[in-house]
Write a protein that binds this ligand. Structure first.
Ligand code: 5AD
Ligand code: SF4
Length: 447
């Protein structure tokens, strides 16, 4: 009987992409995917350490899997990802029924660890470094039109709230040649949109030694090269750090036909005092200046951001500074987070942790303001025509969900095939999506 695997992912895009790699490895071993835990021979929980509820979710899931494992000892349970890297021993202590704990650098060894677990019992591999870049592994991609491409892993910054440098290590970039080969291969399979992934994409290449440009970021060059790949019509990337955002990247964004007019530009806080405590090296006015430069160089660009509310020591005054920047920056959308202490980070041991009810109250105010701004920004699109890429079926029968280059979701009443490019006129707007009508269908790809 064919053996099945199930992967549950709790985390960011980087994790989603790692899950595609894990799926690729299991497929290459002759297994096939299932959504039903009862059918699965291998269950992988791919975890994220950035936000606290990921550990609650992990232990909740492991608790639910215990009776299944008791009934079927041949079931193999794998915990992968950042939490596995960080909480290695703890996972094995709290959930001794886990068969494999595999860190972010050890993915290439998954099949071997599964085989060893069969014979020797629980395995753990949380090495600090691997020679094999995760993207060198086969991938079971979730989407045949859009794809993630990992360009660098790890991060050289030390934002005091963030666990990433601890679990993913220093930045390591992939060579431009390897990235291009992957993008070309994707294009030859019909993928038209790629998202370049890195913790801090605009320092991409700083760790590579290229004759003549040692220790200089190569992200602008990478954008230009990917822009030249035939068949790729949309290029996105995430995330840049405002500190390293250089004008050559703005120029490349403006000059490359296929680089989308959207930038994710994490603010984190609008208070200079808090930014300093976070070890984010830009300040509010500089951030706003950069935003103005980006907007003047790239007409119509949409900007999204990340904001943390309730960082230790954040006062009402600091928070009002954040509201002020949010009001002035007019972000198209924002991911807002309540600060959560990650053990091992500098901020986790800072004094003046902000009480939960205060964080909640500030968070609600921020959300109300941003919803109003997002709605205004979306309403300004009504009556205009945009190119969209159809991503799939909508919620209602015969409807379609599509996306503009500026990363706005558009609901359409027409049933269009995934992968189709169409021009649509926007007829209505809400804070989180637009509604549109099809003006013309550019091309219907057979996918
Ligand atoms: N608490 C809350 N939010 C966090 N983020 C990262 N670490 C934390 C934390 N400890 C948010 C940041 C980052 C995004 C991916 O997650 O805003 O940009
Ligand atoms: Fe974390 Fe800061 Fe690196 Fe982003 S730049 S991954 S927030 S340390």
């Amino acid at each position: 009987m064919e053996q099945k695997y199930l992967i549950r992912t709790f985390g960011c895009q980087m994790n989603e992409h790692d899950s595609e790699r894990i799926g690729g490895l299991l497929l290459s071993d002759g297994m096939s995917p299932t959504n039903d835990a009862a059918d699965a021979r291998v269950i992988v929980l791919n975890t994220c350490a950035i936000r606290e509820n990921a550990d609650n979710k992990l232990y909740g899931n492991l608790g639910h899997l215990k009776p299944l494992k008791d009934r079927r000892p041949d079931l193999k349970i794998v915990v992968a990802g950042c939490l596995a890297q960080k909480d290695q021993g703890l996972i094995q202590r709290k959930a001794p029924w886990v068969d494999v704990v595999i860190g972010t650098h050890a993915l290439p060894n998954l099949l071997e660890l599964l085989r060893r677990a069969e014979i020797e019992g629980p395995q753990m591999d949380v090495r600090e470094y691997t020679e094999t870049f995760p993207s060198a592994l086969p991938a079971a991609r979730a989407d045949d039109v859009r794809a993630w491409v990992s360009v660098a892993v790890g991060c050289d910054n030390a934002c005091t709230f963030c666990i990433v440098p601890l679990v993913r290590g220093p930045q390591r970039s992939r060579s431009i040649g390897e990235i291009l080969a992957e993008v070309q291969d994707l294009a030859s399979r019909g993928v038209t949109e790629v998202t370049l992934l890195g913790q801090n994409v605009n320092t991409y290449g700083r760790d590579l030694t290229v004759p003549g440009s040692a220790r200089r970021p190569l992200f602008a060059r990478l954008l230009r090269e990917v822009d030249g790949v035939t068949g790729i019509r949309r290029i996105r990337f995430t995330s840049p750090h405002p500190h390293d955002f250089t004008s050559d990247v703005i120029d490349a964004m403006a000059g490359c036909e296929h680089v989308c007019e959207h930038i994710h530009f994490p603010l984190q806080s609008g208070s200079d005092r808090v930014l300093r405590a976070m070890r984010r090296s830009y300040r509010r006015e500089r951030y706003l200046e950069w935003l103005a430069r980006i907007r003047s160089a790239i007409p119509g660009v949409a900007v999204s951001t990340d904001i943390i509310v309730g960082f230790p020591g954040e006062t009402e005054r600091d928070f009002e500074d954040t509201l002020d920047v949010v009001g002035r920056a007019t972000f198209d959308s924002a991911y807002t987070f309540q600060y959560s202490p990650r053990p091992g980070t500098r901020a986790a041991t800072m004094e003046d942790q902000v009480p939960k009810d205060v964080v909640q109250e500030r968070f609600d105010r921020l959300l109300t303001l941003q919803e109003r701004v997002s709605l205004e920004r979306n309403r300004a699109q009504v009556g205009r025509t945009f190119e969209v890429l159809v991503e799939g079926e909508g919620k209602r029968d015969g409807s379609t969900q599509a996306r503009t280059r500026t990363n706005r979701i558009v609901h359409l009443a027409a049933p269009l095939q995934r992968g189709t490019f169409a021009d649509v006129r926007v007829t209505a707007a809400s804070a989180h999506h637009l509604t549109g009508e099809v003006v013309s269908v550019q091309e219907a790809l057979v996918v």
